[in-house]
Write a protein that binds this ligand. Structure first.
Ligand SMILES: Nc1ncnc2c1ncn2[C@@H]1O[C@H](COP(=O)(O)OP(=O)(O)OP(=O)(O)O)[C@@H](O)[C@H]1O
Ligand SMILES: [Mg+2]
Length: 359
């Protein structure tokens, strides 16, 4: 199948007085697995609906394969959409559900039979063809919805929170299956989720939406390591953030804040001087027992354990530092020292892992 490019150009959409999408400019490359990530109500589903033709923007254009499809009705767009609730026909068998779109297209019977069989094989549901949706697990129903959409061989595949009804374990399993399937088909895919882990784990690139505005577009690593602003830093992963002033000192730049006092940020560029925010992730903070020898390469602060959460692979500690708190994740090993609530600790931050965000 020929892989197609999808372009949103200056899309703006309002429902009455509520502006839902603003100036959306986005290019999704042929064959890409692209995620739309954002909080509830940020406009993710609406953007998919614009592409599928179910919502009409007041401004802007949508291009598929270089052609403006703004005036093309939904059923002629060659775009397959898997809805969040699957929307399967309960009274029809799996086979009939998958055949539905093909029958609507009035394809010859034997061709429909072949395509249905191929789609069911692709999602591993050949043996379930005669069952009703109610006789399937949530994960199997999701695969039927996928098979039904794939069967019509769309140029673009839209998935609106397709994993949201599954339990945690099945979700993780299905997301890798979904990616494998997408790679096999090579179809340009846009995947909507509000789960940042899900978006980061399987996507080639991610666009983060907030209140109808694209905040950042990038690879999962780019979003995590170089968040464009405080919204992204907060939304993608867990982060410690402090506002203050960056100024030149005797020995490189110094970050000064009411919460943390003066921290030497030698590597920070002089050009960034002024009001800034620093951001660092929980896992770049080391904890050391009071009195332990301290690595000179880190920035050390004194604190005390305010709380802890055992998360299996690591323990997440909340450390009270002066009047503020810092979150740190410590890898957990059997027999490793664990810190007790109230315990005095030294807290070491890797300076190279501190990001500067414009305030
Ligand atoms: N038909 C409609 N009429 C009026 N407002 C609408 C309509 N559809 C959506 N909205 C509003 O547009 C905004 C964006 O909705 P949308 O469904 O795109 O959000 P979303 O990012 O998909 O959220 P969720 O993660 O909860 O699914 C919301 O504030 C919603 O209330
Ligand atoms: Mg939605």
């Amino acid at each position: 199948m020929a892989k197609v490019k999808v372009e949103f150009q200056d899309i703006a959409l309002a429902f009455g007085k509520t502006q839902v999408l603003r100036d959306i400019d986005l290019v999704i490359e042929p064959g890409e697995f692209f995620a739309l990530l954002g909080p509830s109500g940020s406009g993710k589903s609406t953007l998919l609906r614009v592409l599928a033709g179910f919502a009409r923007p007041q401004a802007g254009r949508v291009l598929v394969d270089g052609k403006d499809i703004s005036a093309v009705p939904p059923w002629q767009r060659d775009i397959g959409m898997v809805f969040q609730n699957y929307a399967l026909w309960p009274h029809m068998s799996v086979r009939a559900n998958v055949a539905f779109g093909l029958e609507e297209r009035r394809l010859p019977r034997d061709m429909i039979k072949r395509k249905v069989a191929a789609a069911l094989e692709l999602v591993g549901l050949q043996e379930f063809a005669a069952r009703r949706p109610s006789q399937l697990s949530g994960g199997q129903q999701q695969r039927v919805a996928l098979a039904r959409t794939i069967a019509i061989e769309p140029k673009v595949l839209l998935l609106d929170e397709p994993l949201s009804n599954l339990d945690a374990k099945l979700r993780v399993h299905m997301r890798t299956e979904l990616l494998a399937l997408q790679r096999k088909l090579g179809v340009t895919t846009i995947f909507v989720t509000h789960d940042q882990e899900e978006a980061l784990s399987i996507s080639d690139r991610v666009a983060v939406l907030d209140a109808g505005v694209i905040q950042q577009v990038g690879t999962p690593l780019e979003l995590f390591d170089r968040p464009a602003n405080r919204f992204i830093a907060n939304f993608v992963g867990t982060v410690n953030m402090f506002a203050g002033t960056l100024r030149p000192g005797a020995d490189g730049m110094v970050f000064e804040s009411a919460a943390l006092g003066a921290l030497s940020l030698r590597g920070a560029p002089a050009a960034a001087a002024g009001e800034v925010e620093i951001a660092f992730r929980p896992h770049v903070v080391t904890l050391a027992e009071a009195g332990a020898a301290l690595d000179g390469g880190l920035i050390w602060l004194k604190g005390s354990i305010a709380g802890r959460e055992f998360l299996g692979e690591f323990i997440r500690y909340v450390v009270k530092v002066g009047t503020t708190e810092i979150i740190t994740d410590q890898a957990h090993y059997t027999e490793a020292h664990t810190f007790a609530p109230g315990e005095a600790v030294n807290l070491g931050i890797q300076p190279a892992q501190i990001r500067l965000l414009a305030a």
